[in-house]
Write a protein that binds this ligand. Structure first.
Ligand code: HEM
Length: 354
C-alpha cells in the first residue's frame, strides 16, 4: 500500500511556519519541565518510604501538597504545544490520534482519577498512614499517560505504520513497529525522575535562603536522585540513540550536523549539571540541567522533521497571510508573562514562610 495516499492534505497556515515552530519548541519545553516535576516528584514520593523509612513524612507531605498544582500546570502547559503541533503537523497528529483513539480519549478519564488520587494522598495523609496506595495509583496513571503520549508522537511521525489500522480498526494501535518506542519512553521517565529530584533540591534551597532550618538533608536527597538517575539515563539515552534513523546521524547533511552538535552540547551540559549537583550547588545544577532539556527538546523537533522528510516538508506548508491573530496572541502572551513575573515577585516578597 502507498502510505502517502493515507496522509490528508495540509491546511494553510496564517504566518511563516517559523513562528509556530518557535512557539511549539518553547511551550513543549515548558510542558516537559512541568511534566518532569509532576511525574518525578510523584515517583520519588512513592519510593521514599522504601529507601528512608518513616523519616520522610515532611518531604512526602510537601510533594503531596504540590501535586494537584503541578498536574494542573502540566496539563495547561500541554494545551499550548498541542495547538501549535496541530497547526504545523495536523495531518499527521489527527490521523495518529484517531488510530489510537481509544487510548487517546482515555487520557481524560485517567487524568481525572490521578487528580483525585493526589488529593486523597495529600488531604488524608495522616488518616491513611502515609497514603502510599493513592500516590502509587497516581504515579502509575501518569506513567501510562506518558506512554500514550510517546506512542502518539511516534505514530504521527511514522506514517509507514498506519497501515496497521487495517488489522486493528478499533482505535487501540500501539506503535511497537518503532524500535525506539521503549527506549524513548524510558528516557523520558528517567529524565522526569532526575528533574523531579532536582526540583526537590531547588525547593529546599529556596527555603534555606529564606531562613528555614533542616533543609540540607532534602537538598542532598534531591541532588542524589538527580545524579544517580541521570547516570542511568546516559545508558538509556545511548540505547535510544542506537535506534535513531540513519539520516539524522549523517554528518554530510545540515540536519545531521546540527543534531550531532546539539547532542554533544547537551551531554556536556548534563555532565556539568551532575558535577554541580554532586557538590550540592543547586542553582547552577538547575541551569545546566534545564539547558540540556532545552537542547534535547530541539533535537526531538529535528528528529520529527527527519522522520517525516519522505512525506512532508514543513517549509512547503501553504501560507494564507493573516497577521492580526498572531499580533493579538503576542500581546496577550506579553501580558501573561508580565502578570506571572509580578505574581512570582509578590510571592517571593511575602513574609510568611511555611
Ligand atoms: C499530566 C500528564 C502528562 C504526562 C505525564 C505527559 C507526558 C508527556 C511526554 C512524556 C511527552 C513526550 C513524548 C515524546 O516526545 O515522545 C509529552 C509530549 C506532549 N504532551 Fe504531554 N503529558 C501529559 C499531559 C498532557 C496534556 C493534558 C496535554 C494536552 C492538553 C499534553 C500535550 C503534549 C504535547 C502536545 C506533546 C508533544 C509536544 C511536541 O511534540 O512538540 N500533555 N507529554
Amino acid at each position: 500500500m502507498d502510505v502517502v495516499s493515507l496522509i490528508p492534505a495540509p491546511d494553510a497556515i496564517p504566518v511563516h511556519w517559523l513562528w509556530f515552530q518557535l512557539l511549539l519548541t518553547i511551550t513543549t519545553f515548558m510542558h516537559l519541565i512541568a511534566m518532569n516535576i509532576t511525574l518525578g516528584t510523584g515517583a520519588i514520593a512513592v519510593a521514599l518510604p522504601l529507601t528512608d523509612g518513616e523519616s520522610v513524612n515532611d518531604l512526602r507531605r510537601r510533594i503531596g501538597k504540590s501535586l494537584p498544582y503541578s498536574i494542573a500546570l502540566t496539563i495547561n502547559f500541554g494545551v499550548a504545544p498541542l495547538l501549535f503541533l496541530q497547526v504545523l503537523y495536523g495531518q499527521f497528529l489527527y490521523t495518529s490520534s484517531v488510530l489510537m483513539g481509544g487510548f487517546w480519549l482515555s487520557i481524560i478519564g485517567l487524568l481525572i482519577i490521578a487528580y483525585y488520587a493526589t488529593y486523597i494522598f495529600t488531604l488524608k495523609y495522616d488518616a491513611l498512614g502515609g497514603g502510599s496506595v493513592f500516590i502509587s495509583i497516581a504515579v502509575v496513571i501518569l506513567l501510562t499517560v506518558a506512554f500514550l503520549y510517546v506512542n502518539n508522537l511516534s505514530l504521527m511521525q511514522m506514517p509507514e505504520s498506519w497501515h496497521e489500522y487495517f488489522v486493528n480498526r478499533d482505535g487501540w494501535l500501539l506503535n511497537f513497529a518503532d524500535r525506539a518506542l521503549l527506549p524513548r519512553y524510558l528516557h523520558f521517565v528517567a529524565s522526569a525522575i532526575a528533574i523531579g529530584g532536582l526540583a526537590i533540591a531547588f525547593y529546599y534551597e529556596i527555603l534555606k535562603r529564606r531562613g528555614h532550618n533542616e533543609t540540607s538533608r532534602w537538598i542532598k536527597t534531591g541532588c542524589n536522585w538527580f545524579s544517580i538517575v541521570t547516570v542511568v539515563n546516559f545508558g538509556i539515552g545511548f540505547w535510544f540513540f542506537s535506534f535513531l534513523p540513519a539520516p539524522i546521524l549523517d554528518m554530510q547533511t545540515i540536519t545531521g550536523k546540527i543534531f550531532i552538535s546539539l547532542l554533544g552540547v547537551a551531554i556536556f551540559c548534563t555532565f556539568l549539571a551532575v558535577i554541580k549537583a554532586q557538590t550540592y550547588k543547586v542553582f547552577p545544577a538547575t541551569i545546566w540541567a534545564l539547558s540540556a532539556v532545552f537542547l534535547m527538546t530541539l533535537m526531538r523537533d529535528l528528529l520529527r522533521v527527519t522522520h517525516l522528510k519522505p512525506f512532508f516538508n514543513i517549509t512547503e506548508l501553504p501560507v494564507n497571510p493573516q497577521y492580526s491573530p498572531l499580533l493579538i496572541f503576542l500581546v496577550a502572551l506579553a501580558g501573561a508573562v508580565y502578570l506571572i513575573s509580578w505574581m512570582l515577585k509578590t510571592v517571593w516578597a511575602a513574609k510568611e514562610v511555611k
